[in-house]
Ligand binder design. Sequence first.
Ligand code: SF4
Length: 188
Amino acid sequence: MPIGTDLRPPLTYLTRLPIQSALTKSPTLEGPRHLHPILDTLCVELLATCPLRCLHCSASASPSRRSLLPQDVVKAGLFALKSLEEIYFSGGEPFLYPDLPDLVRVATTVAKHVIVYSSGTFQSFDGLRAIPPDRLRLAATAGVRRIDVSFYAANAVEHDAITQAPGSFASTGVAPLRWTLDHWARCP
Ligand code: SF4
């Protein structure tokens, strides 16, 4: 999730509270359909697990947290909406979410643009590394058109101090992200 979370348009905040409420309750007339006229952009924080522990993280994500939104609940919330401009999948690290491509496919039926906020990193048994190419390819072919990755400094010492994850600067796989979107992103 980019450091500029606090700078997101106010509409994001307007949409987040009712949508999170809608995702935890059954959709009702007081839920997403009723609120739809004000919706433009939706940010869904899918899970709290992330390989990084950024000092500024608004989701308090970390490698040890395991909570996530159930997939059927997210899908029900997405199906209840129509004609959004953008849907952002955030976290935690969305590429760690089970079956992200399936959610992306649903999101493309609701929004013009599907975007992923990513840490750009992946936790494996031997430490941090770039996100595996197969996960990137599946998300891109499902409809992800943009992946946002944050660098908090132009050097590893400062970046890793903010992410509290040694090796995160070196592991952030920008090249594979760009290659994936160039080669696999679905045409409109
Ligand atoms: S990369 Fe992970 S820890 Fe850092 S701000 Fe984003 S979700 Fe939070």
